[in-house]
Design a protein around this ligand. Structure first.
Ligand code: NDP
Length: 318
């Protein structure tokens, strides 16, 4: 039978490109889990995705209620779940004041990490029930959270510290707390994004440690390359948006097109050779995949465990 893959944030950029690449194979039905139904419908049409190859379902990761409603809606559809891709993200690089999710958590970590954390935890059951030969749970990572790379060393660097800001609820319900995971006094939107990506990579590894052996589910993360043209940079200053794509193309040579990045993510979903669990995939200049090393912080098992336990509390699972 066809596999069923849920992709969050499939209304643009990488998520849309991967949705298209998977739907085109005819082997996958894609559930596009998006906050803006109409935008997703238009995006799928203009990408040329065939009617019937996808279903759009509403999911706003900035609301834990919406995550729970999405899961209920998906289950009512009767579709099995064979692969889940936690792809959606927001990036507020110039923000100096935080914004908050419906549950009162700082938006970058709330959407990129906490919303996905709840979604992944709830849908693990569904993945576990599937009879598909290779079930996978994929969470997008990034080079920018990895301080063992050049890009990861551009300030402000990711750093979760002792997670005291997260433990304090990311300024949400406790308005006197910090909106930053490390408890810093000042909000820094660029760092909040990088921190959220570390959370994504730590979560993937912790899920692997807790569930891979018993369930056989493959947990993976990836850095698809620098897709300098996506909407992720929409809140950046205009000069940055103008210069970033040529800079990545000609100087760092890390540039990758949306189409190519979509193929890479599609490989992590369905390639029979990428079944190893607990892995962070990257691609070399010849577009061949390899298992990449994570920075010390992004692979710290103690931090991963603490993050996991605190996140369970914040999303109401513990
Ligand atoms: P885009 O901004 O193009 O896509 C992000 C998607 O997330 C959009 O579909 C957006 O929806 C969705 N989204 C944002 N907020 C929410 C929310 N509250 N609920 C549901 N969906 C939401 O970015 P990219 O395609 O570049 O990024 C995709 C992933 O790739 C991210 O995880 C990012 O961290 C990662 N990545 C990107 C890199 C790059 O160079 N671009 C490099 C490394 C990793 P809407 O269309 O409605 O805005």
């Amino acid at each position: 039978r066809q596999g069923v893959v849920v992709i969050t944030g499939a209304s643009s950029g990488l998520g849309l490109a991967a949705a298209k690449a998977l739907a085109e194979t005819g082997k996958w039905h894609v559930v596009m889990a998006c906050r803006d139904f109409l935008k997703a419908a238009k995006a799928a049409k203009s990408a040329g995705m065939a009617d019937g190859s996808y279903t759009i379902m509403h999911l706003d990761l900035a609301s834990l209620d919406s995550v729970r409603q999405f899961v209920a809606h998906f289950r009512r559809s009767g579709m099995p779940l064979d692969s889940l891709v936690c792809n959606a993200a927001i990036y507020r690089p110039t923000a100096r004041t935080p914004t908050f999710t419906a549950d009162g958590y700082e938006m970058s970590v709330g959407v990129n990490h906490l919303g996905h954390f709840l979604l992944a935890r709830l849908l693990l059951d569904d993945l576990n029930k599937s009879d598909y030969p290779s079930r996978r749970l994929i969470i997008l990572g990034s080079i920018t959270g990895n301080t063992n790379t050049l890009a990861g060393n551009v300030p402000p660097k990711a750093n979760l510290g002792d997670l005291r800001g997260l433990a304090g609820g990311l300024a949400g319900k406790n308005k006197n707390g910090s909106a930053m995971i490390d408890g810093a006094e000042d909000f820094d939107g660029a760092k909040a994004y990088k921190d959220s990506k570390i959370c994504n990579m730590l979560t993937m590894q912790e899920l692997h440690r807790r569930f891979h052996e018993d369930t056989g589910i493959t947990f993976a993360s990836l850095y698809p390359g620098c897709i300098a043209t996506t909407g992720l940079f929409r809140e950046h200053i205009p000069l940055f948006r103008l210069l970033f794509p040529p800079f990545q193309k000609f100087i760092t040579k890390g540039f990758v097109s949306e189409e190519e990045s979509g193929k890479r993510l599609a490989q992590v979903v369905s390639d029979p050779s990428l079944t190893k669990s607990g892995v962070y995939w990257s691609w070399n200049k010849d577009s061949a995949s390899f298992e990449n090393q994570l920075s010390q912080e992004a692979s710290d098992p103690k931090k991963a465990r603490k993050l996991y336990e605190l996140s369970e509390k914040l999303v109401g699972l513990a």
